[in-house]
Design a protein around this ligand. Structure first.
Ligand code: 5RP
Length: 292
């Protein structure tokens, strides 16, 4: 206990100076709880307001896809360059050293594989998410598919659990084979995720009117990269998405399938956080790959 007899009288009340107010740096998230803001501030860089998330959760649906055959070898060199790791709990426990101390966006719903159509997904146990100290819970929402209701129910349930424990929910818009990946559809899917409680949303970039997708989504959007593109085109896609309102990327194949994945993720960082153009990012990529 402090010794009350010798305590110095309090005098520094700064009367007349109002207590500072702090607006949160991410769109639409002023009113979420402290723990959620703390986790979001680990995923997104508070200076740039953006994030470079590395997605390597593909195995949960695709098995050992190209670039992830030996993820114990391909992923560790990339970890230090990512702001956040998006992965399954299996990959996390197998190949990510806890000493990396990176925020984890945990793949929190599961239930389909490439051998079947999207189906009745289930959720992991929230206790396991807490055990691994997840910084976000990533849940698929298949808007417009046969299992739309089930996946929205999963999103709602996850957002409730996330609110209880201060863990952000990442709504991941799945695009079924029969759905067009245009701004009208993506805006609908992202908005539905946000209104049902997603703290941020992951979706795809589209060439026309992507700014309408970001403008009408009240919370931050990060983009997936999709199928592997030539490196200069992937950097162009990143740059355009950011210019049109995305708050970052959550990319996989365009990183781990690149000719030089470590150079590629650093080039994506330069475009995302340092205001480099796509061309400058590509020049950096070439420089870095030639110095290895
Ligand atoms: C799968 C996912 C992937 O994480 C996502 O597709 C990102 O990877 P890529 O950049 O390879 O598209 O959410 O459902």
């Amino acid at each position: 206990m402090p010794d009350n007899d010798t305590a110095k009288d309090a005098s520094d009340y700064a009367l007349g100076i109002p207590a500072p107010k702090h607006a949160f740096f991410l769109k639409g998230l002023d009113h979420v709880d402290w723990g959620m803001k703390d986790r979001l501030s680990r995923i997104f860089n508070p200076k740039s307001g953006r994030t470079v998330m590395l997605a390597f959760d593909h195995g949960y649906i695709m098995g050992p896809t190209s670039g992830l055959e030996r993820m114990d070898l391909s992923i560790p060199p990339l970890i230090e360059h990512a702001d956040c790791l998006m992965c399954t709990r299996g990959a996390l426990r197998s190949i990510v050293p806890p000493t990396a101390n990176k925020p984890i966006s945990l793949r929190y719903s599961a239930g389909s594989s490439v051998l079947t159509e999207l189906n009745n997904e289930c959720l992991l146990d929230i206790e396991d998410a807490l055990r691994i100290n997840a910084s976000a819970l990533a849940v698929m929402a298949a808007i417009g598919s046969k299992f739309e209701a089930k996946t929205i129910e999963n999103l709602v349930r996850t957002a409730d659990l996330g609110a209880r424990y201060g863990i952000p929910t990442l709504g991941v818009t799945a695009v079924g084979k029969e759905l067009t990946r245009d701004a009208r559809y993506l805006a609908l899917a992202c908005r539905i995720c946000a209104e049902n409680g997603a703290t941020f949303v992951k979706t795809y970039y589209c060439e026309t009117d992507f700014e309408k997708v970001t403008a009408t989504c009240p919370v931050p959007i990060v983009i997936a990269g999709g199928k592997k593109l030539p490196e200069n085109e992937a950097l162009e896609l990143v740059h355009k998405a950011l210019q049109e309102g995305a708050a970052g990327v959550d990319m996989g194949r365009n990183v781990f399938q690149a000719e030089h994945p470590v150079a590629m993720i650093q080039a994506i960082r330069a475009v995302t956080h340092d205001g480099r153009t796509a061309r400058e990012g590509f020049e950096l990529y070439q420089t870095l790959k030639n110095t290895r």
